[in-house]
Write a protein that binds this ligand. Structure first.
Ligand code: AMP
Ligand code: MG
Length: 503
């Protein structure tokens, strides 16, 4: 038997924050993806199990012993508008396990049938979007970016109705927790300060155990969440990830990327890039992500106000300072990310202004020349070793590129107290190698993802999905076998590319 050593601390310690609920039975569960490495990390013994039994368990047909499935309540600001009542409409947390590193992880289903929070939704999920979540969440993990993970995708044998009829599926999601900004908003909106406090104490024990029992812990907790989000969004920006639906119910307190609906990766550098069909005004465009994160965190801060100080006006001052501090934190994390991508060592505050200007000029060049974001950075690593051709080929305005490269080269060389012409060959090779660890060769390109999903969903051919997933496990290593996944889409594909919520 696949054994889970379940705990159910959320349901036990926070009764009234969730509803006990069972997953739907499904007609013909078929295991389409099982993440063996993750199963091992979670210390689940899948080895002895036949796939039919695994499919039964991971479809919800046979709830594993010890599981106590719950639908969690939450609210949320969606595109700026507050909804007091959202909650897990089609998801269930089935329990928590302790992983091999002693970390508590939620095991959850997505697409397991309607719950009392489903409103008018069918509670189901389609196979294509669940495979998409598997691909992109696992790619994010391999890129080194905090994220919920995908343990499994099971086709249910049902048909779900979207714009057309589609095969149904249930995804098993693993998360540090499913506590969202919107979870706090739910109780704050009802004026239930006692529940906000209990939720905060539970969350602190789970995510910031160093703060348990400390005076001033709620402010420090807020600071810790702000810090994690600043770090997370800086990492998204470094790989061109666009979340697509940064509503407060899709922002995890743990600092993991959560909710892979309409997300996409940028191809040609465009700060205004946005792919989601419903994001008409570009609220969640690439360049807006830091300020939206800060806006969402302000909603968390508001929810925590009664815990921060006895007098509301004092609480507002503390919360405002904490939220304002996001700017500095984000800027620092973003500079760290960008410096690593440029091949510079560590934090050097004395060079912040110079480096900011260098980065701005580089990004401006990428934008004006409509250069693929991923390839540009990756080929910059080649340029560090003196191989300029691959980079130059990406640019129309090579004179401007050469001008910038001269400044960048001088900045690199100055780190080793050399003039540019002196920088030794071995220092250059080392720099290029280091840069390749911060500049992926492979990201889940939209056209490759769509090809893989179409083959799986329309033709029942899972080969392309499996190959892409395999390739994405090692995004920092160029591999001749997978060159086809490293090529940008045509400009017209990207111009017409559209992603969807409510999948
Ligand atoms: P999302 O856009 O995925 O973040 O979902 C927003 C809200 O809609 C959450 O409360 C979801 O549980 C709910 N939801 C999304 N799709 C469905 C569905 N097919 N059935 C029921 N609830 C859904
Ligand atoms: Mg959501």
């Amino acid at each position: 038997m696949m054994r889970f050593d379940f705990d159910n601390s959320f349901a036990r310690e926070l009764p009234g924050f969730c509803v006990k609920w069972a997953p739907d039975r499904v007609p013909r569960p078929q295991l389409r993806y099982l993440n063996h490495a993750l199963a091992e990390e979670l210390r689940l013994d899948t080895g002895q199990q036949d796939t039919a039994t695994l499919a039964d368990m991971l479809s919800g047909n046979r709830v594993p012993p010890g599981a106590e499935p719950i639908a969690q309540a939450y609210a949320g600001h969606q595109f700026g508008q507050f909804s007091a009542q959202l909650g897990d409409g089609r998801a269930l947390v089935i329990g928590e396990v302790m992983d091999g590193h002693g970390k508590c992880r939620d095991i959850a289903f997505k697409g397991s049938g309607p719950t009392p929070f489903a409103r008018n939704g069918d509670g189901k999920a389609a196979l294509g979007p669940m495979l998409r979540e598997a691909l992109i969440s696992e790619a994010m993990h391999a890129l080194g970016i905090p994220t919920t993970r995908t343990l499994a995708v099971v086709a249910t044998g049902e048909t779900v109705r979207r714009e057309k009829l589609l095969p149904g599926a249930n995804l098993t999601r693993i998360a540090a927790s499913h506590i969202r900004v919107g979870t706090f908003e739910y109780y704050a909106a009802r004026g239930d300060h006692e529940r906000v406090r209990r939720l905060a104490d539970y969350t602190i024990a789970r995510h910031d155990p160093g703060l348990v029992g400390q005076n001033g812990r709620y402010l420090d907790f807020l600071g810790a969440v702000i810090d994690r989000q600043a770090a997370l969004v800086a990492q998204w920006m470094g790989v061109g990830f666009i979340h697509g639906v940064m509503n407060t119910d899709n922002m995890s307190i743990s600092g993991e990327t959560i909710d892979y609906g309409p997300c996409a990766f940028m191809e040609a550098y465009d700060p205004k890039a946005v792919f989601s069909s419903i994001d008409q005004h570009g609220r969640y465009a690439y360049q807006n992500q830091p300020s939206i994160a800060q806006w969402n965190l302000a909603r968390l801060a508001e929810s925590l106000l009664p815990l921060l100080a006895d007098q509301e006006k004092d609480a507002v001052v503390l919360a405002t300072d904490a939220i304002t501090n996001f700017d500095d934190l984000y800027q620092r994390y973003w500079l760290d990310v960008m410096r690593a991508k440029l091949g510079f060592n560590g934090r050097t505050p004395s060079r912040d202004d110079e480096d900011q200007a260098l980065i701005a000029e580089w990004l401006g060049l990428l934008q004006r020349n409509r250069v693929d974001f991923t390839l540009a950075w990756r080929h910059l690593a080649d340029a560090a070793e003196g191989s300029l051709a691959s980079l130059r080929n990406l640019f129309a305005d090579r004179v401007a590129l050469d001008g910038w490269l001269a400044k960048w080269g001088a900045r690199c060389a100055s780190e080793d107290n050399h003039t540019q012409s002196d920088e030794s060959h071995s220092a250059a090779v080392t720099r290029a190698k280091t840069m390749r660890r911060s500049n992926p060769w492979l990201i889940p390109r939209n056209h490759c993802v769509e090809d893989a999903l179409t083959a799986a969903s329309d033709e029942n051919d899972f080969g392309p999905f499996e190959q892409l997933l395999t390739a994405l496990k090692h995004p920092y290593e160029a591999d001749a076998k997978f060159v086809r996944f490293s090529n940008p889409a045509s400009e017209s594909f990207t111009a017409n590319y559209c992603t969807f919520c409510g999948t």
